[in-house]
Design a protein around this ligand. Structure first.
Ligand code: PEP
Ligand code: MG
Length: 324
Protein backbone atom coordinates (compact mmCIF):
# COMPACT_ATOMS: atom_id res chain seq x y z
CA UNK A 1 0.00 0.00 0.00
CA UNK A 2 2.84 2.40 0.85
CA UNK A 3 4.46 1.82 -2.55
CA UNK A 4 1.13 2.29 -4.28
CA UNK A 5 0.60 5.58 -2.45
CA UNK A 6 4.07 6.74 -3.39
CA UNK A 7 3.49 6.02 -7.08
CA UNK A 8 0.15 7.77 -7.00
CA UNK A 9 1.66 10.77 -5.23
CA UNK A 10 3.57 11.92 -8.28
CA UNK A 11 0.84 11.25 -10.83
CA UNK A 12 -1.56 14.01 -11.82
CA UNK A 13 -5.29 13.89 -11.02
CA UNK A 14 -6.20 13.53 -14.68
CA UNK A 15 -9.11 11.71 -16.28
CA UNK A 16 -8.47 9.16 -19.04
CA UNK A 17 -9.62 11.77 -21.57
CA UNK A 18 -7.16 14.35 -20.29
CA UNK A 19 -9.06 16.65 -17.89
CA UNK A 20 -6.76 17.76 -15.14
CA UNK A 21 -8.00 19.00 -11.76
CA UNK A 22 -5.78 20.13 -8.88
CA UNK A 23 -6.37 18.30 -5.62
CA UNK A 24 -5.74 20.42 -2.55
CA UNK A 25 -5.87 19.65 1.15
CA UNK A 26 -7.56 21.01 4.22
CA UNK A 27 -5.09 21.56 7.06
CA UNK A 28 -5.03 22.82 10.62
CA UNK A 29 -2.00 21.51 12.43
CA UNK A 30 1.54 21.34 11.13
CA UNK A 31 1.33 17.52 11.13
CA UNK A 32 -1.33 17.76 8.41
CA UNK A 33 1.19 19.46 6.15
CA UNK A 34 3.70 16.61 6.15
CA UNK A 35 0.98 14.05 5.59
CA UNK A 36 -0.50 16.13 2.77
CA UNK A 37 2.79 16.41 0.92
CA UNK A 38 3.33 12.66 1.26
CA UNK A 39 -0.04 12.13 -0.32
CA UNK A 40 0.60 14.40 -3.26
CA UNK A 41 -1.45 17.49 -2.44
CA UNK A 42 -0.94 20.31 -4.93
CA UNK A 43 -1.73 23.10 -2.51
CA UNK A 44 -3.75 23.94 0.56
CA UNK A 45 -7.35 24.82 -0.27
CA UNK A 46 -8.31 25.48 3.34
CA UNK A 47 -6.02 26.11 6.27
CA UNK A 48 -8.31 26.39 9.30
CA UNK A 49 -6.43 29.02 11.30
CA UNK A 50 -8.71 28.61 14.31
CA UNK A 51 -7.09 25.23 15.01
CA UNK A 52 -3.74 26.62 16.23
CA UNK A 53 -5.79 29.13 18.26
CA UNK A 54 -7.79 26.29 19.85
CA UNK A 55 -4.77 24.43 21.19
CA UNK A 56 -3.42 27.49 23.03
CA UNK A 57 -4.27 29.22 26.27
CA UNK A 58 -4.60 32.71 24.88
CA UNK A 59 -4.65 34.52 21.55
CA UNK A 60 -1.27 33.89 19.88
CA UNK A 61 0.71 37.08 19.32
CA UNK A 62 1.41 38.51 15.87
CA UNK A 63 4.93 37.08 15.96
CA UNK A 64 3.72 33.65 17.09
CA UNK A 65 1.03 33.59 14.39
CA UNK A 66 3.53 34.72 11.78
CA UNK A 67 5.78 31.76 12.63
CA UNK A 68 2.89 29.28 12.55
CA UNK A 69 1.65 30.55 9.19
CA UNK A 70 5.12 30.72 7.70
CA UNK A 71 5.57 26.98 8.25
CA UNK A 72 2.44 26.20 6.22
CA UNK A 73 3.47 28.57 3.43
CA UNK A 74 7.07 27.38 3.30
CA UNK A 75 6.16 23.71 3.20
CA UNK A 76 4.07 24.24 0.07
CA UNK A 77 5.77 27.16 -1.70
CA UNK A 78 5.39 27.89 -4.59
CA UNK A 79 2.07 25.99 -4.46
CA UNK A 80 -0.94 27.95 -3.22
CA UNK A 81 -1.81 28.03 0.49
CA UNK A 82 -5.29 29.30 1.23
CA UNK A 83 -5.58 30.64 4.76
CA UNK A 84 -9.01 31.18 6.14
CA UNK A 85 -9.29 34.02 8.63
CA UNK A 86 -10.39 33.04 12.12
CA UNK A 87 -13.66 31.08 11.95
CA UNK A 88 -14.88 30.80 15.52
CA UNK A 89 -18.45 30.63 16.76
CA UNK A 90 -20.88 27.94 15.67
CA UNK A 91 -19.28 24.64 16.64
CA UNK A 92 -15.79 26.10 17.16
CA UNK A 93 -14.99 27.98 20.33
CA UNK A 94 -11.83 29.16 22.01
CA UNK A 95 -11.55 28.41 25.75
CA UNK A 96 -10.31 31.96 26.36
CA UNK A 97 -12.98 33.65 24.21
CA UNK A 98 -16.27 32.00 25.18
CA UNK A 99 -19.37 32.72 23.11
CA UNK A 100 -22.64 31.68 24.74
CA UNK A 101 -25.68 31.71 22.49
CA UNK A 102 -29.06 30.02 22.07
CA UNK A 103 -28.44 29.37 18.41
CA UNK A 104 -24.72 29.51 17.67
CA UNK A 105 -24.96 28.42 14.03
CA UNK A 106 -27.14 31.44 13.33
CA UNK A 107 -25.16 33.68 15.60
CA UNK A 108 -21.84 35.34 15.98
CA UNK A 109 -19.61 33.32 13.66
CA UNK A 110 -16.62 33.73 11.36
CA UNK A 111 -16.30 37.12 9.69
CA UNK A 112 -18.99 38.55 11.98
CA UNK A 113 -16.72 38.08 15.00
CA UNK A 114 -13.54 39.36 13.38
CA UNK A 115 -15.19 42.47 11.91
CA UNK A 116 -16.56 43.26 15.38
CA UNK A 117 -13.03 42.80 16.74
CA UNK A 118 -10.75 44.50 14.24
CA UNK A 119 -7.92 44.34 16.78
CA UNK A 120 -7.99 40.52 16.57
CA UNK A 121 -8.45 40.57 12.78
CA UNK A 122 -5.64 43.07 12.15
CA UNK A 123 -3.13 41.04 14.15
CA UNK A 124 -4.03 37.97 12.10
CA UNK A 125 -3.88 39.77 8.75
CA UNK A 126 -0.53 41.35 9.62
CA UNK A 127 0.83 37.97 10.68
CA UNK A 128 -0.32 36.37 7.40
CA UNK A 129 1.17 39.13 5.26
CA UNK A 130 4.48 38.99 7.12
CA UNK A 131 4.59 35.20 6.87
CA UNK A 132 4.23 35.56 3.10
CA UNK A 133 7.24 37.89 2.79
CA UNK A 134 9.53 36.54 0.08
CA UNK A 135 7.23 33.58 -0.65
CA UNK A 136 4.12 34.91 -2.37
CA UNK A 137 1.94 31.78 -2.27
CA UNK A 138 -0.58 33.09 0.30
CA UNK A 139 -4.27 33.37 -0.52
CA UNK A 140 -6.66 34.76 2.10
CA UNK A 141 -10.20 33.47 2.45
CA UNK A 142 -13.11 34.95 4.43
CA UNK A 143 -15.56 32.62 6.22
CA UNK A 144 -19.32 32.97 6.75
CA UNK A 145 -19.74 35.92 4.41
CA UNK A 146 -23.36 36.95 3.89
CA UNK A 147 -23.12 40.45 2.41
CA UNK A 148 -20.83 42.51 0.20
CA UNK A 149 -20.23 45.09 2.90
CA UNK A 150 -18.45 42.42 4.94
CA UNK A 151 -16.11 41.87 2.01
CA UNK A 152 -15.56 45.61 1.60
CA UNK A 153 -14.76 46.01 5.28
CA UNK A 154 -12.38 43.06 5.26
CA UNK A 155 -10.67 44.37 2.11
CA UNK A 156 -10.25 47.77 3.76
CA UNK A 157 -8.68 46.23 6.85
CA UNK A 158 -6.37 44.19 4.64
CA UNK A 159 -5.29 47.34 2.80
CA UNK A 160 -4.71 49.03 6.12
CA UNK A 161 -2.57 46.12 7.35
CA UNK A 162 -0.57 46.23 4.10
CA UNK A 163 -0.04 49.96 4.37
CA UNK A 164 1.03 49.75 8.02
CA UNK A 165 3.55 47.01 7.31
CA UNK A 166 4.97 48.84 4.29
CA UNK A 167 5.43 51.94 6.46
CA UNK A 168 7.26 49.74 8.94
CA UNK A 169 9.61 48.58 6.20
CA UNK A 170 8.27 45.10 5.46
CA UNK A 171 8.23 43.96 1.84
CA UNK A 172 4.65 42.74 1.72
CA UNK A 173 2.29 42.37 -1.21
CA UNK A 174 -1.46 42.02 -1.55
CA UNK A 175 -2.36 38.32 -1.76
CA UNK A 176 -5.33 36.91 -3.67
CA UNK A 177 -8.49 37.24 -1.59
CA UNK A 178 -11.55 35.02 -1.73
CA UNK A 179 -14.84 34.41 0.03
CA UNK A 180 -16.31 31.16 1.20
CA UNK A 181 -19.72 30.37 -0.17
CA UNK A 182 -21.36 28.65 2.77
CA UNK A 183 -24.43 30.76 3.49
CA UNK A 184 -27.30 30.47 0.97
CA UNK A 185 -27.46 34.28 0.66
CA UNK A 186 -23.90 34.28 -0.68
CA UNK A 187 -24.89 32.02 -3.59
CA UNK A 188 -27.09 34.74 -5.00
CA UNK A 189 -24.45 37.45 -4.84
CA UNK A 190 -21.64 35.86 -6.80
CA UNK A 191 -21.68 38.67 -9.38
CA UNK A 192 -21.16 41.23 -6.70
CA UNK A 193 -18.42 39.21 -5.05
CA UNK A 194 -16.72 38.79 -8.41
CA UNK A 195 -16.13 42.55 -8.50
CA UNK A 196 -14.44 42.43 -5.12
CA UNK A 197 -12.46 39.20 -4.81
CA UNK A 198 -10.17 36.92 -6.80
CA UNK A 199 -11.77 33.54 -6.09
CA UNK A 200 -14.53 31.75 -4.22
CA UNK A 201 -14.52 28.47 -2.37
CA UNK A 202 -17.63 26.54 -1.45
CA UNK A 203 -17.92 25.36 2.15
CA UNK A 204 -20.35 22.58 1.43
CA UNK A 205 -20.51 21.44 5.06
CA UNK A 206 -22.14 24.64 6.21
CA UNK A 207 -23.93 25.29 2.94
CA UNK A 208 -25.66 21.89 3.25
CA UNK A 209 -26.63 22.55 6.85
CA UNK A 210 -28.08 25.99 6.04
CA UNK A 211 -29.87 24.86 2.87
CA UNK A 212 -31.51 21.86 4.51
CA UNK A 213 -31.96 23.47 7.94
CA UNK A 214 -30.16 20.51 9.53
CA UNK A 215 -27.58 20.98 12.28
CA UNK A 216 -24.44 19.30 10.92
CA UNK A 217 -23.55 17.96 14.39
CA UNK A 218 -26.92 16.84 15.73
CA UNK A 219 -27.12 13.01 15.67
CA UNK A 220 -30.92 13.10 15.87
CA UNK A 221 -31.18 14.68 12.44
CA UNK A 222 -27.99 13.21 10.98
CA UNK A 223 -30.14 11.16 8.58
CA UNK A 224 -31.45 14.39 7.09
CA UNK A 225 -27.99 15.78 6.44
CA UNK A 226 -27.66 14.58 2.85
CA UNK A 227 -25.00 16.02 0.55
CA UNK A 228 -26.74 14.33 -2.39
CA UNK A 229 -30.02 16.11 -1.72
CA UNK A 230 -31.29 17.44 -5.07
CA UNK A 231 -31.42 20.98 -3.66
CA UNK A 232 -27.77 20.82 -2.59
CA UNK A 233 -26.69 19.48 -5.98
CA UNK A 234 -28.69 22.15 -7.75
CA UNK A 235 -27.06 24.90 -5.74
CA UNK A 236 -23.55 23.49 -6.23
CA UNK A 237 -24.18 23.33 -9.96
CA UNK A 238 -25.56 26.88 -10.00
CA UNK A 239 -22.47 28.20 -8.19
CA UNK A 240 -20.15 26.56 -10.75
CA UNK A 241 -22.14 28.01 -13.66
CA UNK A 242 -22.31 31.51 -12.24
CA UNK A 243 -18.63 31.49 -11.36
CA UNK A 244 -17.78 30.45 -14.90
CA UNK A 245 -19.87 33.32 -16.27
CA UNK A 246 -17.96 35.73 -14.06
CA UNK A 247 -14.60 34.07 -14.83
CA UNK A 248 -14.21 33.69 -11.07
CA UNK A 249 -12.08 30.68 -10.03
CA UNK A 250 -14.18 28.35 -7.89
CA UNK A 251 -13.01 25.56 -5.65
CA UNK A 252 -14.71 23.53 -2.96
CA UNK A 253 -13.39 22.68 0.49
CA UNK A 254 -16.24 20.82 2.17
CA UNK A 255 -16.30 17.08 2.90
CA UNK A 256 -18.21 16.38 -0.29
CA UNK A 257 -15.01 16.79 -2.31
CA UNK A 258 -13.41 14.05 -0.21
CA UNK A 259 -15.91 11.43 -1.41
CA UNK A 260 -14.82 9.89 -4.73
CA UNK A 261 -18.42 10.08 -6.02
CA UNK A 262 -18.88 13.65 -4.85
CA UNK A 263 -15.54 14.60 -6.39
CA UNK A 264 -16.63 13.23 -9.80
CA UNK A 265 -19.86 15.20 -9.74
CA UNK A 266 -18.07 18.40 -8.73
CA UNK A 267 -15.47 17.92 -11.43
CA UNK A 268 -18.23 17.43 -13.99
CA UNK A 269 -19.96 20.60 -12.77
CA UNK A 270 -16.77 22.49 -13.59
CA UNK A 271 -15.13 23.15 -10.25
CA UNK A 272 -11.54 24.30 -10.78
CA UNK A 273 -10.02 22.58 -7.74
CA UNK A 274 -11.10 20.21 -4.99
CA UNK A 275 -9.84 20.54 -1.44
CA UNK A 276 -10.17 17.66 1.02
CA UNK A 277 -8.63 15.90 4.00
CA UNK A 278 -5.27 14.27 3.26
CA UNK A 279 -6.55 10.81 4.15
CA UNK A 280 -9.02 10.70 1.27
CA UNK A 281 -6.88 12.41 -1.35
CA UNK A 282 -5.26 9.30 -2.86
CA UNK A 283 -8.62 7.57 -3.13
CA UNK A 284 -10.17 10.54 -4.91
CA UNK A 285 -7.16 10.79 -7.21
CA UNK A 286 -7.24 7.15 -8.20
CA UNK A 287 -10.98 7.41 -8.96
CA UNK A 288 -10.45 10.47 -11.16
CA UNK A 289 -7.64 8.67 -13.00
CA UNK A 290 -9.95 5.77 -13.82
CA UNK A 291 -12.84 7.70 -15.40
CA UNK A 292 -13.34 10.02 -18.33
CA UNK A 293 -14.83 13.50 -18.08
CA UNK A 294 -17.48 12.27 -20.52
CA UNK A 295 -18.49 9.50 -18.08
CA UNK A 296 -18.53 11.95 -15.16
CA UNK A 297 -20.77 14.31 -17.13
CA UNK A 298 -23.16 11.50 -18.05
CA UNK A 299 -23.38 10.58 -14.36
CA UNK A 300 -23.97 14.21 -13.39
CA UNK A 301 -26.64 14.57 -16.01
CA UNK A 302 -28.44 11.52 -14.72
CA UNK A 303 -28.19 12.58 -11.09
CA UNK A 304 -29.41 16.12 -11.81
CA UNK A 305 -32.60 14.73 -13.29
CA UNK A 306 -33.41 12.61 -10.23
CA UNK A 307 -35.67 13.97 -7.54
CA UNK A 308 -35.00 11.75 -4.57
CA UNK A 309 -31.93 11.94 -2.34
CA UNK A 310 -32.03 8.26 -1.35
CA UNK A 311 -32.17 7.14 -4.97
CA UNK A 312 -29.30 9.44 -5.88
CA UNK A 313 -27.31 8.06 -2.97
CA UNK A 314 -28.04 4.50 -4.10
CA UNK A 315 -27.02 5.28 -7.68
CA UNK A 316 -23.78 6.85 -6.48
CA UNK A 317 -22.93 3.80 -4.37
CA UNK A 318 -23.71 1.48 -7.26
CA UNK A 319 -21.64 3.55 -9.70
CA UNK A 320 -18.68 3.71 -7.34
CA UNK A 321 -18.87 -0.03 -6.68
CA UNK A 322 -18.90 -0.78 -10.39
CA UNK A 323 -15.70 1.23 -10.74
CA UNK A 324 -14.02 -0.92 -8.11
C1 PEP B 1 -17.46 24.11 5.32
O1 PEP B 1 -18.29 24.70 5.99
O2 PEP B 1 -17.76 23.36 4.37
C2 PEP B 1 -16.03 24.25 5.60
C3 PEP B 1 -15.12 23.79 4.78
O3 PEP B 1 -15.66 24.86 6.75
P1 PEP B 1 -15.81 24.21 8.20
O4 PEP B 1 -16.08 22.75 8.02
O5 PEP B 1 -14.52 24.51 8.88
O6 PEP B 1 -16.96 24.98 8.76
MG1 MG C 1 -17.79 26.34 7.32
Amino acid sequence: VAAELATLRDLPAKTVDGSRIPLWVNTGLLADVTRSLERGAEGIGLYRTEIPFMVREFFPSEHEQMQIYRRQLEAFAPLPVTMRTLDIGGDKSLPYFPIKEENPFLGWRGIRVTLDHPEIFMVQLRAMLRANEGLGNLRIMLPMVTSVNEVDEANNLLDRALHELQEEGYVVERPLVGVMIEVPAAVYQLRRFAKRVDFISVGSNDLTQYLLAVDRNNPRVAGLYVPYHPAVLKVLDLIAREARKEKLPVSICGEMAAEPGGALLLMAMGYDALSMNATNLPRVKSTIRRVSMVQAKVLLDKVMRMDDADKIQALMIETMDSMG
